[in-house]
Design a protein around this ligand. Structure first.
Ligand code: PRP
Length: 200
């Protein structure tokens, strides 16, 4: 039995497609409804979690593999995690966004305070960074912040809230992260190899 933590949300559908292409039993995931843990016929247990928790499950040594966005990895510290494979799904980018009249930011809101801090520090700028857990686009509208650092995929959320990209920070996709204690196990190698074959 191997255990894989999958980040809930936009990655899920594309990941299921990869599993299917690789020949794994994806039916339990497709039919999971609100279940947070399902087992496949191939002896794989899938756990569905929020991105920071997906990485926490690696830290806690309770999953072998994690399917998680690079945004969460960068925010938590890239050095810590063994990224085996870029799954080339969930593609989006991190960006600084604001209203069209954005000038200089005194306050930035973000789900990614570390990314935001580093981005501005490279420019020798040190705005106050306010951590917001979700719907970050609200912050400029409510005048909590002058701009936001967030994920942009279609750009629809920015547009719908009157915001725009001021500067792209970096491209993001989804990584397969391995627990160091699971490296070299046969079942894990087999899973990675099959998945690797269908990654575009
Ligand atoms: C993310 C991100 C943006 C949105 C961007 O939020 O924080 O709000 O998606 O996607 P788009 O460019 O395709 O519109 P998510 O939907 O993950 O939820 P959250 O706001 O609760 O974090």
């Amino acid at each position: 039995m191997i255990r894989v933590a999958v980040t809930k949300g936009r990655i899920e559908e594309e990941f299921i497609e990869l599993l299917r292409k690789a020949g794994f039993d994806s039916t339990p995931i497709c039919n999971k409804g609100r279940s947070l843990l399902v087992k496949s016929k191939d002896n794989i247990e899938f756990i569905f979690s929020k991105s920071n928790d997906t990485l926490k499950f690696i830290d806690l040594d309770i999953v072998d593999l994690a399917v998680v966005g690079k945004d969460a990895i960068i925010e938590n510290d890239t050095e810590t995690y063994n990224e085996l494979l870029d799954l080339n799904i969930g593609k989006c980018h991190l960006a600084l966004a604001g209203f069209s009249n954005y000038k200089e930011a005194k306050v930035i809101a973000s789900k990614y305070p570390n990314v935001a801090r580093k981005f501005f520090a490279k420019k020798n700028k040190y705005p106050k960074i306010v951590k917001i857990e979700g719907s970050v686009e609200l912050a400029p509208i409510l005048k909590i912040a002058d701009g936001i650092v967030d994920i942009v995929q279609s750009g629809n959320t920015l547009k719908a809230n009157g915001l725009e990209v001021i500067e792209k920070i970096c491209d993001i996709s989804t990584s397969l992260v391995i627990n160091p204690n699971s490296i070299g196990l046969n079942a894990i190698d087999n899973f990675i190899e099959k998945l690797g074959r269908v990654v575009c």
